[in-house]
Design a protein around this ligand. Structure first.
Ligand code: SF4
Ligand code: SF4
Length: 215
C-alpha cells in the first residue's frame, strides 16, 4: 500500500492561508490504514480548522482517492459550494485526482512516503520502488532496489557489518537477506546471475498503462 505521513500542521495552514470556506476529502484505503486520512482524521482536521476560525463546509471520504470515478462521486456535494480550497487527505496520487475534479485550489495534508508493507498495525516498511522491471524472481523475493540503500542490482557492496547495512546500521543488509533467502530455498545459483542495470534514464515519465483495448 501507499504509505503517507501527516505534514506538520503549520505547513498545511500556510497553504490554506486566508481561505475561509474549506472542503476536506479523505480516503478509506491506504490513508485510513496509515491514520492520515480516514474518517477519524478527517473529523479531527475539521475540528482543528473550525477552532482556527475556518468554516468546513463539506467533508467526504472516497473509497479510493486514486480512482477517478469514485472521487467524482465523493466530490459531488463539494461542487457549487463556493469553496476557497479543498484539503486532500490521501497520497499524492489521490490529491491529484481530487484536483482534477474540482476547480478550486487543492492542498495535500500528507507527505507520500513509499510503497510498502504494513508489518504490524502502525509499522510500515518500504518494499518496492515501482521500477517497472521486477527482479524479485532472482533475488529470493527481497527487493534490492528498495531494501538496499544503494539500490544495487548486483550486490552486496562489501560494506555490511554484522549483517547490517553500512549506510544505515539499523537496517539489515538487503543482500545478506537475499543470500539467506536464496540459500533457504535452494536457489543459490541465482546469486551469481548478472542482473542488468536498471537504466532509469530510459524511463519516460509519466508512464501510462492501458488494458482497455481502446482509449
Ligand atoms: S524489483 Fe523491487 S522496485 Fe522493482 S518492481 Fe520489483 S519489488 Fe518493485
Ligand atoms: S551494506 Fe548491503 S544494503 Fe547496505 S548498501 Fe551495501 S549491499 Fe546495500
Amino acid at each position: 500500500m501507499i504509505i503517507t505521513q501527516k505534514k506538520p500542521i503549520e505547513e498545511l495552514m500556510a497553504m490554506v492561508g486566508d481561505a475561509k470556506r474549506i472542503g476536506i476529502v479523505g480516503c478509506s484505503s491506504c490513508a485510513t490504514a496509515c491514520a492520515t486520512g480516514g474518517p477519524k482524521e478527517v473529523e479531527a482536521l475539521k475540528k482543528y480548522l473550525e477552532e482556527q476560525g475556518k468554516t468546513v463546509v463539506v467533508t467526504g471520504v472516497a473509497e479510493y482517492c486514486c480512482m477517478n470515478l469514485g472521487v467524482k462521486g465523493t466530490l459531488k456535494p463539494f461542487q457549487d459550494q463556493n469553496l476557497d480550497c479543498v484539503i486532500g487527505m490521501s497520497c499524492g496520487d489521490g490529491v491529484q485526482v481530487v484536483a482534477n475534479n474540482i476547480n478550486v485550489p487543492v492542498y495535500p495534508s500528507n507527505n507520500t512516503m513509499f510503497l510498502g508493507e504494513a508489518k504490524k498495525l502502525g509499522l510500515f516498511e518500504e518494499a518496492c520502488h515501482l521500477c517497472g522491471d521486477c527482479v524479485l524472481g532472482t533475488t529470493g523475493g527481497v527487493c534490492p532496489i528498495s531494501r538496499c540503500a544503494k539500490s544495487l542490482v548486483n550486490g552486496p557492496c562489501g560494506g555490511a557489518k554484522n549483517g547490517k547495512c553500512e549506510v544505515n546500521p539499523e537496517n539489515d543488509c538487503a543482500w545478506i537477506l537475499i543470500y539467506n533467502r536464496l540459500k533457504d530455498t535452494n536457489q543459490l545459483d541465482k546469486l551469481s546471475q548478472l542482473r542488468k542495470d536498471k537504466g532509469y534514464k530510459e524511463v519516460a515519465y509519466p508512464r501510462t498503462i492501458n488494458i482497455r483495448g481502446k482509449k
